[in-house]
Design a protein around this ligand. Structure first.
Ligand code: FUC
Length: 827
């Protein structure tokens, strides 16, 4: 066997480090690792507990931790409903309905200009908190440098050697103890000497030493018509074994310690989106007080145990090659041309790591950058953009077995439903609730960024799908009762704002196909395909929920009737799924948004087995849009190609996604930074989550009446194993495959009920009889409803070729609640 020099270097490093008890790299599995400190933020490593986040640079001479806390947002409570919109609405509608789109946009812009008018706001930025520095004046010329992020344990480590002494640093953010913890070791006693400093770019701040603590306190920024009112306090508490500690004005000096442990606690005055009455200092101090008597070992064990209750639910093995012996930054460079299936596993599990680390029950949902942001005014304010990005963040939540991480989004939707009642009333003069394409920690629901981007009253429709998906996975009736009024409120809004178009269909107007320009030079239009699909889902979800909960009413009947009057999907002259109600699509339109394909993914309105024409047309649309784009757009395309049952194409998109990213705009869109974070550019976390979901969708899909196993397996991944993926109906799957065929399968049923599998190869079980069923045989399990999608309207010029689908069969078997069922390949 030939061992490359790099591999030899790593093996030597492993042996050396094991001998001196420093870094325990037992296997390079599920670790991001590097042989140099981070030079820039996009090389630093993210850790977090949902609330507190840090980016670790790992420099031997000057350690830098950039700090975040999820409630550190500019501004104060309050919504942003524009004045005067309702008065202009009849005229705007008249323009749109008569094809005067540009005139409509101009009128909209007079009420919702590009920038927030005086007296209103366009949402607040999520802000960095500050930076912690550890300066080591004597630590020059580090050798054998190594740093890693172990995503199996949510712990980062740095190690290096100076003058025969091995130094090691460990970093993690504990959810049980609500602290960021750092520990520094040296292989010889008395070798830790450093200065601890904290700083922040906030202008309104104080840094001081008080009661042997280093304290940074501050207040967030003002913006638009809002005054910054989030107060934060960060407390740094060092604990040494051996050596001395001195407190200067703004610095803690540690001299000749054996080990140094640092607790960083952060409190803010944020209680909820309307209430800032908490005491940041008491909050921060209480977390420190709680750990002072706990041994470090216990704090670390509790952190690992807590994190692993979520992380360990899913395992993935797509094969391992020699590439795992390369540092992560090199693997990204080589991925496209090499053979490194393990990087897909690492990227997939990193997506799960990031969700666990940025979205915990009781906290804020992951924003555009999760919780990791080093600026006061980050791109797009690092808000919650809901015309794709926020939803995408949560695509992996249910399928990759992290339903608890979905909770912050679900809570935010409940709050938006409340605030959105004002939008419905004051902007549209109707009941129910609605929001537009953005929100922030204060849950604003009015439009922002002018007509072209903001005139999209569909945010509530898309978000409320998450309430419903979550029910389909859990089957929890109590939860369904809780969310029912929100589903109803959304349906109410659309039932009242829908207008008849010239063909007699009910459509949303004004609206748009997010951010895309049509031939009239604007985005403003009516009856866009995505609108129709979204309203169809809002109505269908309410109808299904009312059936399950046995609620009938005149309103439900009205919704039934109005659903029948929604416009069907249309197939246009270039055989595409039309994006707009008019046949305006172009083959050369490479816009990053693929909104009309919402019906294919994440929704379930376009299935190869039930709507073959729509399926072909959607495929054509996706081909025209092309591959390379922003990170999130490519993440979406992985899911779409998986739903199109084309694993090889999905794999190509993963290759694009896992290509090195740069921040130069020219010719370098999308891709992945050295720290495996997604690039729009710049960094935006949605692409990580979108691609994670796409990898899962290649292995299992549960929509359209059945659970499709290995629906889109690429040639390159013909052998593998996955444990713990979840589907609709409360099923969990362990699955191994060889030569592209299911080898072994275990199904865990948490709810009982019929389990319908769609598979290519035959499998057998000693425990249950599989009954083959036809496509049209209704699944008796109500959670697997097939939507009653109308036949499309097809242009005379469309030319749809015959669809060649992989041959699959459907099998039913009845499960018991808590039942476990084993299957193997029928040879
Ligand atoms: C949407 C996208 C942009 C960006 C922004 C945060 O508006 O069109 O590409 O992702 O959200």
């Amino acid at each position: 066997m030939i061992i490359s020099s790099k591999k030899l270097l790593l093996i030597t490093a492993i042996i050396l480090s094991t001998l001196n008890g420093c870094v325990d790299i037992k296997s390079p599995e599920l670790k991001l690792w590097y042989t140099k400190p981070a030079n820039v933020w996009e090389e630093a490593l993210p850790i977090g507990n949902g609330r507190i986040g840090a980016m670790i640079f790992g420099d031997p001479k000057r350690e830098h931790l950039q700090l975040n806390e999820e409630t550190v947002w500019a501004g104060e409570p309050g919504n942003n409903i524009p004045k005067g919109f309702k008065d202009s609405l009849p005229k705007i509608r008249k323009y749109v309905l008569s094809g005067k789109y540009k005139e409509a946009e101009d009128l909209i812009m007079s009420v919702i200009p590009r920038h927030a008018p005086i007296g209103n706001n366009y949402g607040m930025p999520y802000q960095t908190l500050g930076d912690l520095y550890l300066e080591f004046p004597d630590q020059e010329n580090a050798k054998e440098y190594y740093r890693e992020l172990d995503i199996q344990n949510a712990i980062s480590k740095t190690s290096f050697k100076i003058n025969g002494v091995t130094y090691k640093r460990e970093y993690f953010v504990s959810a049980p103890d609500q602290l960021l913890v750092l520990r520094l070791y040296a292989s010889k006693k008395g070798n830790i000497t450093c200065n601890l400093k904290i700083d922040s770019p906030h202008t309104n701040k104080t840094i001081k030493i008080a009661d042997s603590l280093l304290v940074l306190s501050g207040v967030t920024s003002n913006k638009d018509n809002k005054v910054g009112k989030v107060k934060f306090e960060t407390i740094v508490k060092p604990i040494i074994d051996g050596g001395d500690i001195h407190f200067n004005e703004e610095t803690i000096k540690i001299k000749n310690a054996d080990t140094l442990t640092i607790f960083i606690s952060i409190g803010t005055n944020f209680k909820n989106y309307k209430d800032l009455s908490a005491n940041p200092s008491l909050k921060a101090k209480s977390h420190i007080k709680n750990v002072l008597l706990k041994p470090f070992k216990k704090i670390k064990q509790n952190h690992i145990a807590d994190y692993r209750t979520f992380f360990d639910r899913v395992e993935l093995d797509l094969g391992t090659t020699d590439s795992v012996y390369k540092p992560t930054n090199e693997r990204i460079i080589d991925f496209k041309s090499g053979n490194d299936p393990h990087l897909i596993t690492l990227y997939f599990q990193y997506g799960r790591y990031l969700l666990i680390s940025s979205s915990r029950p009781g906290g804020q949902p992951a924003n555009l950058q999760g919780i990791w942001n080093n600026q006061l005014n980050p791109p797009w304010d690092s808000k919650f953009t809901v015309n794709i990005n926020t939803e995408m963040n949560y695509w992996p939540a249910e399928i990759t077995n992290l339903k608890e991480m979905h909770e912050p989004l679900i809570t935010m939707i409940k709050q938006l439903a409340k605030e959105g009642e004002k939008t419905a009333k004051e902007m549209y003069g109707v009941d129910g609730w609605a929001m537009h394409h953005n929100t922030d920690i204060w849950r604003f629901t009015g439009p922002v960024d002018g007509g072209f981007y903001g005139m999209w009253p569909m945010g509530g429709a898309w978000l409320s799908q998450h309430l419903w998906y979550s029910f389909l996975f859990s089957g929890n009736y109590q939860y369904l009762k809780e969310i029912y009024p929100i589903l109803e409120g959304s349906a109410k809004f659309y039932s009242e704002v829908l207008q008849y178009d010239s063909d007699g269909y009910l459509v949303v107007t004004p609206s748009m196909s997010p951010e895309n320009r049509h031939p009239y030079g604007t985005s403003i239009s009516l009856g866009n395909t995505m609108d129709n699909q979204l309203v169809f889902d809002v109505f269908s979800n309410l109808i299904n929920a009312s059936t399950i909960l046995n609620k009938s009413s005149d309103f439900i009947n009205e919704i039934h009737n109005k659903r029948d009057l929604l416009a069907p999907m249309k197939i246009g002259k270039i055989s595409q799924l039309q994006e707009w109600f008019e046949d305006w699509d172009r083959k050369d339109d490479k816009h990053r948004h693929v909104s009309h394909l919402y019906g294919l993914f994440p929704s379930n309105q376009i299935s190869p087995f039930h709507q073959p024409k729509l399926f072909q047309a959607a495929k054509n649309s996706l081909i025209y849009r092309g591959d390379k784009s922003t990170g999130w757009s490519m993440g979406w395309k992985v899911n779409l190609w998986a739903r199109l049952l084309d694993g090889d194409k999905a794999f190509e998109l993963i290759k694009e996604q896992l290509s090195p990213a740069t921040n130069e705009k020219k010719g370098s869109e999308g891709g992945t930074y050295p720290n495996l974070l997604d690039s729009h550019p710049p960094f935006q976390i949605d692409g990580n989550f979108g691609c994670t979901s796409g990898i899962a969708e290649m292995l299992i899909q549960s929509y359209n009446g059945s659970i499709h196993l290995l629906p889109a397996l690429p040639k390159e991944l013909s052998k593998g194993f996955v444990k713990g993926l979840r589907t609709i109906g409360g099923f969990t799957f362990d699955l191994s495959w060889e030569n592209g065929k299911i080898d072994k399968l275990v199904i865990y049923s948490s709810l009982g009920g019929n389990c319908r599998l769609r598979i290519k190869n035959k499998i057998i079980s000693n425990e249950v009889e599989l009954e083959e069923v036809t496509e049209n045989f209704t699944n008796p399990n109500f959670l697997f409803q097939i939507p009653k999608v109308k036949n499309p309207i097809v242009s005379k010029e469309a030319n749809l070729s015959d669809l060649e689908l992989p041959k699959t069969s459907l099998f039913d078997f009845e499960t018991k609640k808590g039942g476990i069922y084993h299957f193997s390949l029928l040879k």
